[in-house]
Design a protein around this ligand. Structure first.
Ligand code: FO1
Length: 319
């Protein structure tokens, strides 16, 4: 029976929605999710992995749909007690989310790798799909701003994305080895597609693409590589993508994103709001589909995932 397997690259909130859609259509053996770890940071003596946890909670059906991060049905006794003790309360850790971060930190201190810990915790929450942190080596996204360089979480949470960005650095990226299973999946003969989920290109996707050798592996990958635009009608669905584009004097358009990934991309899924951009993106040599990419319901997530699979099949058929 000819199997087909797929890889998806994802960051936090927007990416996790598509990852959930893909997980509904593909069996655990046929889908692996590569997740950004550049947001990870040490806080209160804990190793916090926000994009990993957003993905794990989303696949487990435990995510908080309002915030996009952390867990649903949370309580906040830990944060209240921490505040009375004079602890740092700018980064909200719910009581159930705290358990995830304490257990991760404990296992890491015991010598397990981030991917071993992630696999164990995801399995404990009933997830069977493969979740691959992009690297087991530390990578820390730093945001360069007019007020100087800032750790990602300080920029994103403590400063609420207010500072104007001038650039990004991924501390440790040159020494970071891509998770070994990424190459294994990229060279599987039955790999039928690689999807870039609609996450922030600068701080969620670029850390993954910047891993030594990875972008080159994507360029030479025989399977179709398809991106879903993280920009719709010149706006981001959630988060600072468009604000960053404007501060970097970049066009806040889906076309710019297609061009940004063009060197390894085969296909691009554009929202119906941006269908006028279709000829421009097709002129880049990309196959374009115009669909609803705004995922509100579970059905939206599954439908967009189905579009990704169908597009991968269509590109493969004509290649
Ligand atoms: N984002 C916030 O805007 N405020 C928070 O207090 C916050 C707490 C938090 C706790 C655990 C976690 O896994 C994520 C959390 N996030 C919070 C999101 C985090 O900043 C992520 O990096 C973003 O989702 C961007 O990927």
């Amino acid at each position: 029976m000819n199997t087909s397997c797929f890889l998806a690259l994802t960051g936090g909130i927007g990416g996790a929605k598509l990852a959930l859609g893909l997980s509904q259509l593909l069996s655990a053996d046929d889908l692996a999710l590569i997740v950004n770890t550049g947001d990870d940071f040490q806080h209160l003596g804990l190793h916090i992995s926000p994009d990993i946890d957003t993905l794990v909670y989303t696949l487990a059906g435990l995510n908080n749909p309002e915030t996009g991060w952390g867990r649903s049905d949370e309580t906040w006794h830990f944060m209240q007690a921490l505040g009375t003790l004079g602890g740092e309360t700018w980064f909200s850790l719910g009581d159930r989310d705290l358990a995830m971060n304490v257990e991760r930190s404990y296992r890491l201190r015991a010598g397990q790798t981030l991917s071993q810990v992630t696999a164990a915790l995801a399995t404990a929450l009933g997830i069977r799909h493969t979740i691959l942190p992009m690297s087991d080596d530390p990578v820390h996204t730093r945001v360069l701003t007019a007020q100087g360089p800032m750790d990602f979480q300080h920029y994103f949470v403590r400063e609420k994305c207010a500072p104007a960005v001038t650039g990004f650095e991924f501390e440790g990226i040159d020494r970071a080895r891509p998770h070994p299973d990424i190459e294994a999946w990229l060279t599987r003969p039955d790999l039928a597609g690689v999807f870039l989920c609609p996450s922030n290109p600068f701080v969620s996707v670029d850390p993954i693409l910047s891993l030594p050798g990875l972008r080159e592996q994507l360029r030479t990958c025989p399977a179709p590589i398809i991106a879903v635009s993280p920009v719709v009608g010149g706006a981001a669905i959630k988060g600072p993508t468009v604000k960053m584009m404007q501060e970097l004097s970049l066009p806040n358009s889906a076309s710019w994103v297609a061009e940004y990934y063009r060197d390894f991309l085969d296909g691009f899924i554009l929202d119906t709001a941006d269908q006028a951009l279709r000829p421009e993106i097709e002129n880049m040599g990309l196959t374009v589909e115009v669909k609803n990419t705004v995922m509100v319901s579970l059905e939206d997530r599954v439908q967009l995932a189905r579009t990704c699979l169908e597009m991968a099949h269509k590109i493969k058929a004509v290649s």
